[in-house]
Design a protein around this ligand. Structure first.
Ligand SMILES: [Zn+2]
Ligand SMILES: [Zn+2]
Length: 284
């Protein structure tokens, strides 16, 4: 850190930022050690000289850090992913390919870049990587990036109707934000209402050439997609559950699906369920 002590702060490991889980979202704040900047005396700007010894003003690191803290607190990363980072300790045999793709996208990102569609069974770590990507985009690149769970978005829109809030009020920020991560694509009851929300969101981001990432439990193949068992309301004892194996195409329909494939490169994540304790040894 510029102008700060050469000894790394133990609390933030020198990043100047602390991130904690709250009941709703992950929250970032400046670490004690970064509250006052000696390099610029909190002005946010530093006088420097270029190669020709001309004086120029450049942004101090502390100003970028403050901006990133604000962006992160707007991002809506769920509290349980407060620790998600694209750091090597989180890379493993199951997520390695996707991990590398996300890291590459974050490091090379420019507006208009294709996003990624992370497909795989629940528990393979898709949302963790997506949250880690957001951290990297915001603190590494200073790019506004939002996280939205598609299922929550739908509930909010439904709740909004009763409070006279229009759906566009809730969707517009997601259309506008530079980079968007939609978690749990395809989850829901798949009603025409839900299809329509998704259509509006995806079409507008597509038309605006905006980078969008998705995670989904539904894949392109009946053999790898999410298997859902539902018990019919009028089921008689002894009668089995209804088993469905919808592919992503089944869930979102051909029109949205083909847009999605144009907007995103596909990443299929396989592997042991990270939520099963016995597989934790394979994380290292
Ligand atoms: Zn610190
Ligand atoms: Zn400063």
């Amino acid at each position: 850190m510029e102008g700060q002590s050469a000894v790394l702060c133990m609390r933030c490991a020198g990043s100047g930022v602390l991130i904690e889980a709250t009941v709703s979202n992950s929250r970032a704040e400046l670490c004690e050690c970064a509250r006052h900047c000696r390099a610029c005396d909190d002005s946010g700007f530093i006088l420097a000289r270029d190669d020709a010894q001309r004086e120029l003003v450049r942004e101090c690191e502390c100003k970028r850090r403050r901006t990133s803290v604000r962006l992160y607190n707007d991002a809506g990363v769920p509290g349980k992913f407060a620790d998600a980072r694209l750091e090597d300790k989180f890379r493993n045999g199951h997520n390695g390919v996707t991990f590398d793709s996300l890291k590459y996208l974050a490091s090379q990102y420019k507006p208009g870049d294709k996003g990624l569609l992370l497909m795989g069974q629940p528990g393979v770590g898709k949302t963790f990587l997506a949250a880690a990507f957001i951290h990297e985009m915001i603190f590494g690149r200073g790019v506004p990036t939002h996280f939205r769970d598609f299922f929550h978005l739908l509930s909010e829109i439904r709740a909004g109707y009763s409070m006279n809030r229009s759906e566009s009020e809730l969707i517009q920020p997601l259309v506008d934000v530079e980079v968007l991560v939609i978690d749990e694509l395809g989850k829901g009851r798949n009603t025409p209402f839900e299809q329509n929300i998704l259509d509006v969101l995806i079409s507008q981001r597509y038309n605006g050439r905006k980078t969008t990432l998705f995670t989904t439990n539904y894949t392109d193949s009946k053999s790898t997609t999410l298997v859902e068992k539902t018990r019919p309301k009028d089921a008689v004892p002894g009668e089995g559950d209804v088993v469905t194996r919808d592919t992503l195409l089944d869930r979102i329909g051909p029109r949205i699906y083909s847009r999605l494939r144009e907007m995103c490169d596909l990443e299929i994540m396989r592997g042991a369920d990270l939520r099963e304790p016995e597989t934790e040894v394979s994380l290292g």
